[in-house]
Design a protein around this ligand. Sequence first.
Ligand code: MCA
Ligand code: AMP
Length: 518
Amino acid sequence: MQPPTPTMPANANIYQALRNAFPADQGSTAIETDSGLFYTWRDLERGSAMLANFLQSLDLPAGSRIAVQVDKSVEALMLYLATLRAGLVYLPLNTAYQSAEMAYFISDAEPAVVVCSAQNFGWVSKLGFQAGTPWVFTLNDDRTGSLLNRAAHASDQHTPAIKQPDDLAVIIYTSGTTGRSKGAMLSHGNMLSNALVLKDYWGWRQAEQGGDVLIHALPIFHVHGLFVAIHGALINGSMMIWCSKFDPKYVIQALPRATVFMGVPTLYVRLLAEPGLTAKACQHMRLFISGSAPLLMDTFTSWQNRTGHTILERYGMSETVMLTSNPYWGERRGGTVGAPLPGVDLRIVDEQGQTVIGGEIGDIQVKGPNVFAGYWRLPEKTAQEFTADGFFKTGDVGRQDSDGYVTIVGRSKDLIISGGYNVYPAELESFINDLPGVLESAVVGVPHVDFGEVGLAVVVPRPGAQLDAAQILASLKAAVANYKVPKQCVVVPDLPRNAMGKVQKNLLRECYGAPQNR
Ligand code: MCA
Ligand code: AMP
């Protein structure tokens, strides 16, 4: 039987719920970093209070966006918490985004505050001021920057703003299948309901039960690292071992002091490549969780054989936070993403929109308190992505077994997931098509030993033009986030098309899809 869906507290501000779970001993360690720093629970509370007071002193209009593109640090986490407690809207941005990508996000979201690293201040502040952003501050990963200087004068006492479950908390940009990124608007209720469900579902141990210790090795500008991992630890008063960057050797060395690890499949592949990953190293661990991309059966079984632990795979999206999970108590079935979480209504539908049963394959649609309200300033796009009866169309294709387990078999959206990051072919194709001498192009995902899947660009020259594949990749590298750049490019005379004139990407994958390892 599924546990009941948790009810919302009077103040749905998720910071308040996290704060309520901090251990009574505020002087104990909340975060230990890989650079040897220790932060107490009191540090988190006071540091985020000072930043919240500082943000509020700017007298920003209600609903103002705070756009943040900074390297991972505990101070960046405090800024996130401060934004929540001040009742403003957090907008995290991948540090790999380059100028054109940042220009788009800043002009679309119109943030009142932009926070960037001192190193990027020149170009980011220019973009901010051009878009009418009144405040641009810096925050570096070494506890310096104008944001901290300014907040140093603020009070360290702060009462979290009162929020209703539907109040906007965060905008997460997800790239679009048309090439245009959309800001998914997540509310305090979306995130809090999900955090409360996962608290029970994954059997987090409270301090009096010995407590959990999470190794936090993911970036903090996406749902996985920011919400699933951080909310998970904080709402259980659990300490984090904080890795500024994923380093498999450091993680293995930290395992004997930890109990929970979360990663995208690439992290598991890289850990398996380390001889130091042994059953003994993992004997103190309680739980390994994987998500954001498909976990290969080979990785699942190799992990079981090497460590004696069965990875728990779960499935979610930026628009919905977590949707399904294999059980903590019960069978973790490799190749599946488990059953819908309590409160999540999941159905598989055919092309006519009819629900299918009996393990038939179809489109995955979902509904629940965790599902977002819509895309920022895109009401028509939002309406297209929901059915008349309020289900969100995930764009994932799968089946559900009679005992509830869901298997994702593909995607109806044209998306490549590379090392846990989403790469949208349409964005890259549009850039390549604009290069001199290019007639058309197609970008497809091909298997990759480390990243699971990577992009391959297939490009057709204009009649008489000579194209250099390496130059095409170099042009892309100068323009878009590095993880989006295809690992390979081939120049061909034409693209295969079906009778409707649509490019047959499956044929390109078959032709060029030999597993890549570099
Ligand atoms: C780095 N590179 C990549 C990727 N990452 N190429 C393809 N895909 C990637 N994901 C390339 C860079 O372009 C660079 O190439 C070279 O690798 C080295 O870059 P570096 O930054 O040093 O790489 P790394 O530190 O080894 O990073 C690999 C990583 C990272 C640790 C696997 O990609 C990562 O942290 N991934 C996790 C992403 C994540 O958190 N996803 C969650 C999304 P060059 O040298 O040629 O420039 S949230 C989500 O999906 C939903 C909601 C969910 O369900 O969780
Ligand atoms: P994002 O836009 O970053 O939120 O990525 C969401 C997408 O990641 C989903 O729609 C799925 O396609 C994919 N995804 C997340 N978790 C899993 C998983 N465990 N297995 C397969 N795909 C996943």
